[in-house]
Design a protein around this ligand. Sequence first.
Ligand code: NDP
Ligand code: GDR
Length: 371
Amino acid sequence: MNKVALITGITGQDGSYLAEYLLKKGYTVHGIKRRSSLFNTDRIDHLYQDPHESNRNFVLHYGDLSDSTNLIRIVQQTQPDEIYNLGAMSHVKVSFDTPEYTANVDGIGTLRILEAVRILNLVKKTKIYQASTSELYGLVQQVPQSETTPFYPRSPYAVAKLYGYWITVNYREAYGLFACNGILFNHESPLRGETFVTRKITRGVAKIAMGLQDKLYLGNLDARRDWGHAKDYVEAMHLMLQQEKPEDFVIATGITTMVRDFVKLAFAVLGITIDFKGEGINEKGYVTSCSNPDYLLETEKEIVCVDAKYFRPTEVDLLIGDPTKCQQKLGWKPKYDLKALVDEMVSADVELFNRERLLKESGYLVKNQYE
Ligand code: NDP
Ligand code: GDR
């Protein structure tokens, strides 16, 4: 019998890569998608199977982490061997605007999943992966951050995820559930949501180079993140649930990079070098050279600016993960380094905007659809 997995957040970046990975491994994959007024399944449309076909191994269910009745029903129907709880309001800055909703979905939503498994007497059958985060470390206590580093969350998102982390540990200890926290550091890809900083940068780089945008406005350029590729990170999620006993793992590359340096790396993919001058809110990025004949950017042109509206009330300054435990116990090592990640993201966005430019030039796209 094929194993059955249930993924919350299947329409997100990680959900899409994980579903693809598990299907290749022979799993039957069930996913929970939210009802929305527009289609929200772009990232998983390539996996879609017609509901009228028999013997499907990829099935979507409408649901929401704020509704326990619906979660219990889906868990009962699907009887999963593994649940990957990836669904969340995952944007740190937006969590300051929607703190109560974030607590409900990211915090209590985790409890609802654990309770569904307990209520349905699936404690011995169903293993659970909880999408915990390096945001739990928040205010820097020690670096690199490992499984034993104390937490100090700095946003409503991180506080909600702190509840999710501890309720997962508690259900493991209280009821013997096989439940693991993956404390994942930032991971990105061409499927990354457009408002996270890496994707915002790679989209901005592609559009500026192609003459579709003048400037890229960013917030804190000094923040440092340990960035990996989502494709590598979903493999670690699966590995955690194949261990003999449930444990929590940090998943990270062990290398940290400043936002400003990510910007430079991204422009460099297209042969554009930029330099930053000024400080704080007045810091700006200027073109120093452009070796690519396809992109005609003048030197000294100001293309990156700081806008205070992207600053957070409380920031996480430095994240750098210690991957020792996941290397030793899971045998996990990332295949992508930062350069390969940035190359892939910039190239994908150049292709995206080339396609959109062609559509626009041939009259199939109106201006405001891509600006
Ligand atoms: P995304 O934002 O790309 O995806 C989040 C998913 O959750 C989407 O499918 C979204 O649906 C769904 N979702 C949002 N609200 C609800 C809700 N109320 N009920 C059910 N589903 C909901 O996140 P990622 O794929 O990047 O991250 C996956 C998980 O891992 C998240 O929990 C995130 O917090 C966590 N994480 C991510 C890291 C990263 O660097 N990417 C690092 C560490 C942790 P819709 O598509 O409809 O919006
Ligand atoms: P993060 O990711 O908050 O680490 O959470 P994000 O890409 O949003 O920010 C990273 C850093 O870049 C700084 N920054 C900006 N951020 C955004 N979004 N937009 C900007 O214009 C900008 N300018 C500078 C931020 O201040 C921050 O320091 C991500 C999410 O995926 C979480 O769900 C996950 O838990 C953590 O990673 C690990």
